[in-house]
Design a binder for this molecule. Structure first.
Ligand code: BQZ
Ligand code: CA
Length: 694
């Protein structure tokens, strides 16, 4: 037998041998192991959608006495009835756990973010932790839906007080609240809605926060003004009710056009950068439709907000909301938020960093503890994201391009997921029944989650190495790390940077664990961690190879931020956006996921929607679209003096708890109110003025 054939035979044999050896040590995917039993503590009382709120005029309205005495009687403000819309939003007492509240008191938040400025609709963050929720009201509201009966689930009216579909379902007429005003007294109307849509969402030079891209409302969708209080949506598909969720927080929350439009490049000599930065955090009294207005800001110290005298919501006794006169946001760390909440020097925390669980549980177990801690379902999840864009998103250099090619290679992603020891990942955060093995995708135990549709590649270093080889990566220079083939990057070692948000210990710790585990399979991963705002900018701009990412609402509810589940538009998927061409180069399985998500959006058949999400989960986890890291429950910590927070309020579902708890109707009984106010008996002053006024 000619030698080369022998060689071939040999090689084939060898290859055969190595493939067989490879085959031998290849661990097959399995079903996902059941999670440790962990019962959510809070008991949710489900109500009908119409049991929460309505819009109607009431015979009389009221406000805090000091507002009447110091502002109305002195002519600084018109009477409350004139400050309210014709038919305010009325919260029904029946849905308020502790009933009609009492004015006064201060809500003390502690947050880990830092405000970039007030311009949410042009992409700035306000520091998270509830600041944005308090300032930015949206067309619809979804936070409170966590306690609405499943068969009545539909976003609640908010700035859009009612809507009706045309018979063919392609048009949606939306009626805005009539006669409502911004916190500076200027009228709110369709011009604010149209400025947001036309000059921010549709303007390719503006990237609003909250995922507000045109495709989030359906490709080819249009919106036009009919009159001051009516706008008309037109959709390509019929009855896409799904988009009502995208009209809630964070993606359709209009800004004060009377203040912002004059700064927009279309109506001024400003550049787009100047427009984004036109409303810095020290521009006080920035007008909002929210319950409170920022009146003081000290960098790295505090943001103080005071009640909005024109707030357009009341309780059934006609008391203008909110009940809290002041809401403070101490600028600290997320870990400190937990510490201060259990210690009683802060009033609220979404316990979400597993590293803090044991201490928080111990501290709040004491009956005399100042706060109550209530665990919810397993809805905090972390994944490893692969930047899947080969269309230039984030302007990668040659090195970055080479990594993106690997990220788009299934054998490579399989190698990575086989290299992850999820039991060890979970245990490295917290021992006990909290963390579950999480392969990725929709969380099991949620409405659309499905264990049988979830493919799990169990930890196996051998199999991981085999898949690296299958992806063409071998350690050709014997330094323990695999190399590119000779014709890629000069056959150098593969080097991948891993991003993580250092505002969270959990993100940091998981990032370090991933680096170590990849080293164990011979893949060189270099940590490139960043603080929250930098991480947010790099993540939104696609300037990363890999990142640790905390899962968001779409992995819990599917119906909220559905557009993030697949690249249904050039800018909707968190890890696969288009470059400047606006064109997407989707892999076949990605196209399948896009088709499934679009079918889901346009289907009103619950059985079909459930099946579509099972198909989604199967394709997502088979293809390791994200590599799940861990999944565990969160807990809400609230100071015991605070009332009207429903039992079972999850820290994250359709929205974060800062929205789900309906912040504007929370209160502290007068006899429990403490002297925490920094600016007692003041209201917001002129926009851009130097603070609150007496
Ligand atoms: C909750 C939330 C309220 C954003 C943010 C932050 C950003 C993400 C996410 C959470 C913080 C708190 O989460 O961790 O408990 O208070 O603010 O908005 O992680 O970096 O971009 O999606 O909501
Ligand atoms: Ca090497």
């Amino acid at each position: 037998m000619p030698r080369h054939l022998i060689a071939l035979g040999g090689a084939a044999l060898l290859f055969g041998a190595s493939t067989i050896a490879l085959q031998a040590q290849m661990v097959e995917p399995t079903a996902v192991p059941p999670p440790p039993t962990f019962a959510a503590q809070g008991k949710i009382t489900f109500v009908g959608r119409d049991d929460i709120e309505e819009f109607k005029a009431l015979p009389a309205y009221h406000e805090p006495d000091w507002v009447t005495k110091n502002f109305v009687d002195t002519g600084k403000l018109p009477p409350v009835a004139e400050r309210l819309p014709k038919e305010p939003l009325v919260f029904k007492t029946g849905d308020m756990p502790d009933g009609v509240g009492q004015y006064g008191g201060t809500l003390r938040h502690v947050i880990g973010g830092r405000p970039q400025g007030w311009n949410w609709i042009a992409g700035q963050v306000q520091g998270w932790g509830g600041v944005s929720y308090a300032m930015w009201e949206c067309l619809t509201r979804t936070g409170p839906l966590f306690h609405v009966k499943a068969d009545e689930l539909e976003p609640l009216p908010n700035l859009a007080r009612s809507w009706e579909w045309s018979d063919d379902g392609h048009q949606l007429t939306m009626h805005l609240i009539e006669g409502a005003k911004w916190s500076d007294g200027a009228p709110f109307n369709a011009d604010d809605v149209m400025f947001f849509w036309e000059d921010n969402v549709l303007d390719p030079n503006v990237a609003p926060q909250g995922g507000a891209t045109p495709e989030a409302f359906g490709e080819g969708t249009t919106l036009k003004k009919i009159d001051d209080y009516t706008v008309l949506w037109t959709f390509k598909d019929a009855f896409p009710k799904q988009y009502l969720y995208a009209m809630a927080f964070g993606s359709f929350c209009p800004g004060p056009a009377h203040i912002m439009k004059p700064q927009h490049p279309k109506y001024s000599d400003n550049t787009y950068d100047q427009y984004v930065n036109a409303f810095p955090p020290d521009m006080l009294n920035f007008p909002t439709m929210g319950a409170w207005v920022p009146v003081a800001y000290r960098p790295d110290d505090i943001i103080v907000t005071r009640r909005n005298p024109y707030y357009w919501k009341v309780d059934e006794q006609g008391n203008q909301l909110p009940y809290f006169d002041e809401v403070q946001y101490k600028l600290s760390t997320w870990a400190d938020r937990d510490v201060q909440a259990v210690a009683g020097s802060g009033d609220w925390s979404n316990l979400e960093q597993a590293e803090s669980y044991v201490e928080a549980l111990k501290r709040s177990a004491d009956p005399k503890a100042p706060a109550r801690l209530e665990f919810g379902p397993r809805i905090i999840g972390y994944s490893l994201d692969f930047n899947m864009s080969d269309e230039g998103w984030g302007n990668p250099d040659e090195r970055g391009e080479a990594v993106r090619e690997l990220n788009r290679n299934l054998d490579f992603r399989k190698a990575v997921t086989y290299g992850l020891d999820r039991q060890r990942l979970g245990d490295s955060l917290v021992k006990g029944p909290f963390t579950a093995i999480y392969p990725g995708g929709i969380y099991i135990g949620t409405s659309f989650g499905d264990a049988d549709s979830t493919v799990y590649y169990p930890h196996s270093v051998e199999t991981a190495k085999a898949y690296l080889e299958k992806a063409g990566l071998k350690d050709t220079d014997g330094d323990g790390f695999v190399n590119y083939p000779a014709d890629v990057m000069g056959g150098k070692n593969v080097e991948i940077t891993l991003m993580a948000n250092t505002d969270y210990a959990t993100d940091h710790n998981l990032g370090e664990a991933v680096v170590a585990m990849m080293g164990e399979i011979g893949l060189r991963v270099i940590p490139d961690f960043a603080d929250g705002n930098r991480w947010n900018n790099l993540w939104r701009g696609g300037e990363y190879d890999w990142t640790v990412r905390r899962g968001d609402k779409e992995l819990i509810t599917v119906v909220q931020q559905t557009y993030q589940l697949a690249p249904v538009g050039p800018l909707t998927s968190p890890w696969h956006k288009a470059g400047s061409s606006g064109k997407l180069d989707l892999l076949p399985f990605e196209q399948e996921l896009v088709d499934i998500v679009n079918k889901f959006i346009n289907s009103s058949d619950n059985a079909e929607r459930a099946q579509l999400m099972k198909d989604y989960q199967k394709i997502f986890t088979t293809n390791v679209y994200e590599a799940g890291l861990t999944n565990y429950p969160g807990a809400l910590i609230i100071n015991k003096r605070i009332r009207n927070v429903s039992s079972g309020t999850p820290i994250l579902a359709f929205q974060w708890a800062e929205d789900s708890a309906i912040r504007e109707r929370m209160y502290v009984p007068e006899d429990l109110q403490q002297n925490y106010e920094l600016y007692p008996q003041t209201l917001p002053g002129e926009p851009g003025g130097d603070g609150p006024v007496k």
